[in-house]
Design a protein around this ligand. Structure first.
Ligand code: CMP
Length: 384
């Protein structure tokens, strides 16, 4: 890890707050967001409109000018974001150049870079048919402003094992039904089912319930295979829908705010973790907002999670007395480390945003990160 060599810059900090705001947003940051969202939508609409010959003939020049101007703004935005990278809570510990390179490799910055690519392509290949397609990539810039997309990304990450199982089942159904159909009717319909790629296309069409295109089974056995394929296909689609449905329900039930990378990186306990470990934590932590007066932990109960205070404050009442904990502090680690009942009752003093780490994830984490384990145990020892 590199030492930070550049002194903090006030204008850069300010630009960072505006561009990469935290959860509580200020007016300047909102204005910048809305201007950029407006430009992205306008730019995408212009890219679509330019493909209509009539509109292109009448307004081509103005649409082109709008495109160039919005790309100029996107370019300034990109450079500004890269410039502010050393202010990122996690990247501040690297040399500025390294911080910027790491920042440039994050998914949202890659999308921003891709949004600039079409201009370069258009300059190099003016009449490319790919122009509208490459310009529409700019639509992806909106991902930055959608917490629901972040939720979806986390869901995919946390449900990856179940989703992989769905992919395997889906592929198995495709291959088996294609092979069966190829064996039964390959000779009867050689132009449609004569080889496996053709049969797989038939199978995919059946599974997707678009009816197998213009291929109708000619034999009873062929129809039987087609019927089974359609039924299995319904199951194949229902499985991921159920997984996502349950995942979203859980998220909405438990989550009142989005756990962001910056939020986790700011927690002092995680200050020494690297980017990969922080990214893992973002996926593991669940957000929970509790109103003032809520009893979060009751003394004597079994421990099932550890809590980090993203904002707000709590009161800990143990045999030794009363202690207050605030933003950046954590609690609930003792029962998980000692596997003994909760040592104290913890109550919210005011509305709190909490990051919750389930016991299973906690134990896996401390198992993997001995440094973190040692730090947690040291704090737990001090608290007893
Ligand atoms: P746990 O025993 O799991 O549940 C109650 C939590 O209160 C405990 O973990 C600690 O995180 C916290 N706690 C207990 N005693 C103290 C203390 N003296 N100071 C700060 N926090 C405490």
């Amino acid at each position: 890890m590199d030492a930070k060599t550049e002194s903090p810059s006030i204008p850069r900090q300010r630009a960072f707050q505006i561009l990469e705001h935290g959860r509580r947003r200020e007016p300047a940051s909102r204005v910048v967001d809305w201007v950029l969202i407006g430009l992205v939508l306008g730019n995408v609409a212009a890219a679509v409109a330019q493909t209509v010959p009539d509109i292109a003939a009448r307004h081509g020049a103005s649409l082109q000018l709008f495109d160039r101007l919005s790309v100029l703004v996107f370019a300034i935005e990109y450079v500004a974001r890269i410039w502010t990278a050393p202010e990122h809570p996690l990247l501040g510990r690297y040399r500025p150049l390294r911080a910027r390179l790491r920042f440039a490799a994050t998914p949202l910055m890659i999308i921003d870079a891709l949004a600039l690519l079409p201009l370069l392509l258009e300059l190099l290949f003016p009449a490319s048919a790919l122009a509208p397609l490459t310009r529409l990539v700019r639509f992806l810039k909106l991902a930055r402003y959608s917490p629901a997309l972040a939720t979806l990304g986390r869901l995919i990450a946390s449900e990856r094992r179940s989703l992989l199982a769905c992919v395997i089942i889906f592929t198995g159904v495709l291959l088996l039904s294609a092979a069966a159909m190829h064996a039964v009717e390959g000779a009867l319909q050689p132009d449609k089912l004569g080889d496996m790629p053709k049969a797989i296309w038939w199978s995919a069409s059946m599974v997707a319930k678009i009816g197998g295109g213009d291929i109708t089974p000619l034999t009873t056995l062929g129809r039987f295979i087609a019927a089974i394929t359609v039924m299995l296909g319904i199951g194949c689609f229902a499985l991921p829908v159920a997984i996502f449905g349950r995942g979203f329900y859980e998220e909405i039930r438990r989550r009142d705010f989005v756990v962001t990378f910056a939020m986790v990186a700011r927690v002092p306990l995680f200050a020494r973790l690297d980017a990969a470990a922080i990214a893992d934590l973002v996926a593991m932590l669940k957000a929970r907002t509790v109103p003032a007066g809520t009893t979060i932990i009751r003394k004597g109960e079994r421990g099932n999670a550890m809590y980090l205070i993203a904002s707000g404050g709590v009161e800990v009442e143990s045999a030794a007395g009363t202690v207050r904990l605030g933003e950046g502090d954590f609690f609930g680690e003792m029962a998980l480390l000692s596997r003994e009942p909760r040592s104290a009752t913890v109550t919210a003093l005011r509305a709190c945003d909490l990051l919750v780490l389930d016991a299973d994830d906690f134990l896996r984490l401390v198992d993997r990160l001995p440094d973190l384990d040692a730090r947690l145990r040291a704090v737990a020892r001090e608290r007893t």
